[in-house]
Every structure is written in structure tokens, then in C-alpha cells.
Design a protein around this ligand. Structure first.
Ligand SMILES: *Cc1c(COP(=O)(O)O)cnc(C)c1O
Length: 385
């Protein structure tokens, strides 16, 4: 077993070539009809083709290369990549819907996931529960239990192994976007799926929209079948960029985390800040052999000046970029109640701490002194209004 850093760098390499080829073609010429028929039969059921890819909605070599690399980094048998994190989550829910019409999920969770589940658009009934309420709400038709840790936006942690132990044999999916596979591998704790918005840390440079789910090969087959039917494929260039992103994942995560620890500590001492949400290093879920190997780089904080001050900070930051999304090399600051969690119900926002005075900071890899000078100045000028 290689060190995780080495795996990040080498996960996608083969003995034959260093970098994956980018295959842009949507089709491959059919040289033998019988072979093509057996390939398409295999692909349509979520399997792998022997002879060719036929059509890029069914299979693309560049995407498949990234999937192997990602599975390696996540320590999974397989992974399936999608056009976005939401496309991945959609496939997961559609797959669950074939087993039963009931999904349990714990808040807080990414705003888009919350809205998709609450809309019941995909035909499954959603029931929101706390982790303690899971066992007693399991029904014969419960097909999936969805959690997110650390959760977006407040970074609250969920004990994956504990949740799994309460779920009988119902699959548990963990949205592990905030942690990245470098800091957390949910499958090791019994989760059936590790879900990522690869748009965030995996790409890492705010230029790729993608999602990926790590799981067993048997589960991957189901997800690939759904991807073929719904057309939620990842573009080959995006797959290439994600694979490149994987090679520096450990460096970016370590650098951003080191910065975030300092910023979180500074924020907690600032008089304009009422509360800082950042994982506690002493939490039993954090540590070299624990669920999460570090505290990550996502911080949320509650301003004493409420919405007015949040608005002013978004307008006065200079180095930190006022924008949604996260996990990029540049630091990003945004307002969850107004933006990423806008379509979460008001009551749910309130009960999970997504208040008008809450800002979320995705700490990047800039020099930490520049980030703090910027944030400190912004906190100061915003407090005077
Ligand atoms: C961004 C995000 C998503 C959705 O991913 P997209 O790539 O934007 O579709 C899902 N979960 C979490 C935790 C996210 O931060």
C-alpha cells in the first residue's frame, strides 16, 4: 500500500503512457457488427466493452481512465464520473428509486441536494431525520440513507460508522466533497457510496464542472447504466483536467488546511465574529486513524453585524474572491442563506444555523498573511456601518 500522496500523483498512470489520451470523438467506426452488438449489449447494462466504445454517451476512454485513477485514490473498487455533482446525486437517487420509494437524509446538506430531495422530482419520498432518528424511521421501502460530512456549509461532522451501524443493510451514501479522498474515505467506515462534487477540490482550479461516485463494481454498473439512459456524461476534457487535479490534490489540501487553521483561530478571537464553524482538531472523528485525517479548509462564521455586515464583507474583500463554489486554489467567500442554500426551506435553514449573518469561506493556497490582512480589513470596515 503506497502513501496517499504517491497515489494522488500516480493513480492514473499506466506503464504504457504517462498522460491519458483525450478522446473527443463521439463515435468509433464499427468494423464488425457482431462485436459491436455484443459491446452495446454489455455497455447498456453498465458493463465494459471488449472491442470499442461505439458512442461516447455509452463509454469514453478518457473518462474511464479518470474513473480508475479516482477509485484508486478513494480506495474503492470503481468510480463513476458525471457531468456535475448534481448529476451524480441524481443518478444515485434514481438508482435508489428502483429499490424503493423512500429516502432518509440528514441536514444540513448541500443546498442543491436538499432542494432536489425536497422537490420529490425524482419520484422518491424524502424524510429528513437526525442521525439519532434513522433506526426508527427505516421502512421496508427505504432504499437509501444520505449524509454529508463535513456538511455544507457549517462543516458539522457526522460519524459515518455509527450511522452505518443503524441502517441495517440499507445503503448509506456520504457526500465527502468537503473532505476530499485525501482526508476521508467513507467506504472504509461502511458507507456504500462516496459522493463528490469534483467541481470543487478534485478539479481545484474553478474550471471544471463534474461529479464522481466511488463504490463497488457491482454498484458502479447500476450507476453507469443510469448515466447512459439519462445522458449525464462527463466531457473528456473535464476528465483530463480532473486527473491532472488529482496529481496535486494532497499539496493543495495540505496548504489550504494549514491556512484555514490560522484563519479560523484568528476569526474566533475577532470581536466582529460571534461564532466560528470549523472542525475541532480534538474531535474524536478527526485524527490520523480517525474518520477524517485533518480539519480541511472550509470555515463558516457568524457575524455580529448580521446580514448588513455580511453584504459589506462580500463587497470589500480584495484578495479573497466573493463567489460561490469551493475547493479551489483561490480563497472564496459566499453567503449561504442568500446563495448556495437559497432554495432550502426557511425553517431548515434556521434549524441548521444558516442565518443571514453567516458567511462561508473556502480557504485557498495563497499566503495566509495576505488572506488575513484582507479579511481583517474587511471585518473592520464592515463593522463601522
Ligand atoms: C457543490 C456541491 C454539490 C453539487 O455539485 P455540482 O458539481 O455543483 O453539481 C454537491 N455536494 C456538495 C457538498 C457540494 O459542495
Amino acid at each position: 500500500m503506497k502513501n496517499r500522496k504517491t497515489t494522488c500523483v500516480h493513480a492514473g498512470n499506466s506503464k504504457k503512457r504517462l498522460l491519458p489520451k483525450i478522446d473527443f470523438s463521439t463515435l468509433s467506426p464499427i468494423t464488425n457488427l457482431s462485436d459491436a452488438i455484443s459491446d452495446i449489449t454489455e455497455l447498456n447494462t453498465g458493463g465494459h466493452a471488449q472491442n470499442g466504445s461505439i458512442y461516447s454517451r455509452l463509454h469514453n476512454d478518457t473518462v474511464a481512465q479518470f474513473e480508475i485513477a479516482f477509485a484508486n485514490v478513494e480506495g474503492a473498487e470503481a468510480s463513476v464520473a458525471f457531468a456535475s455533482g448534481m448529476a451524480a446525486i441524481t443518478a444515485l437517487i434514481l438508482d435508489a428509486g428502483q429499490r424503493g420509494a423512500h429516502v432518509l437524509a440528514c441536514r444540513p446538506i448541500y443546498g442543491g441536494t436538499d432542494a432536489l430531495l425536497s422537490s420529490q422530482l425524482l419520484g422518491t419520498n424524502i424524510q429528513w431525520v437526525t442521525t439519532d432518528e434513522i433506526s426508527k424511521n427505516i421502512r421496508p421501502e427505504t432504499a437509501l440513507i444520505m449524509i454529508e460530512t463535513p456538511a455544507n456549509p457549517t462543516g458539522s461532522l457526522v460519524d459515518i460508522a455509527k450511522v452505518v451501524s443503524r441502517c441495517e443493510d440499507i445503503p448509506v451514501s456520504v457526500d465527502s466533497t468537503f473532505a476530499t479522498p485525501y482526508l476521508q474515505n467513507p467506504l472504509k467506515f461502511g458507507a456504500r457510496y462516496a459522493v463528490h462534487s469534483a467541481t470543487k477540490f478534485i478539479g481545484g482550479h474553478s474550471d471544471v464542472l463534474a461529479g464522481v461516485i466511488a463504490c463497488s463494481e457491482a454498484d458502479a454498473k447500476h450507476l453507469r447504466k443510469i448515466r447512459i439512459m439519462t445522458g449525464a456524461n462527463l466531457h473528456p476534457l473535464s476528465a483530463y483536467l480532473l486527473q491532472r487535479g488529482l496529481q496535486t490534490l494532497h499539496l493543495r489540501v495540505e496548504a489550504a488546511q494549514a491556512n484555514a487553521k490560522i484563519i479560523a483561530a484568528n476569526l474566533s478571537r475577532h470581536r466582529s465574529v460571534d461564532r466560528v464553524y470549523y472542525p475541532d482538531e480534538k474531535d474524536p472523528l478527526i485524527g490520523v486513524n480517525a474518520q477524517m485525517r485533518g480539519t480541511g479548509s472550509m470555515i463558516a462564521f457568524e457575524l455580529s453585524g448580521g446580514f448588513e455586515q455580511a453584504q459589506k464583507i462580500m463587497q470589500t474583500v480584495d484578495c479573497i474572491v466573493p463567489a460561490v463554489s469551493l475547493g479551489s486554489v483561490e480563497s472564496l467567500i459566499q453567503h449561504p442563506a442568500g446563495l448556495t442554500h437559497r432554495n432550502v426551506s426557511k425553517e431548515a435553514r434556521k434549524s441548521t444555523g444558516i442565518t443571514p449573518g453567516l458567511l462561508r469561506l473556502s480557504v485557498g493556497v495563497e499566503a495566509v498573511e495576505d488572506l488575513w490582512v484582507d479579511l481583517e480589513r474587511s471585518l473592520r470596515v464592515s463593522a463601522t456601518i
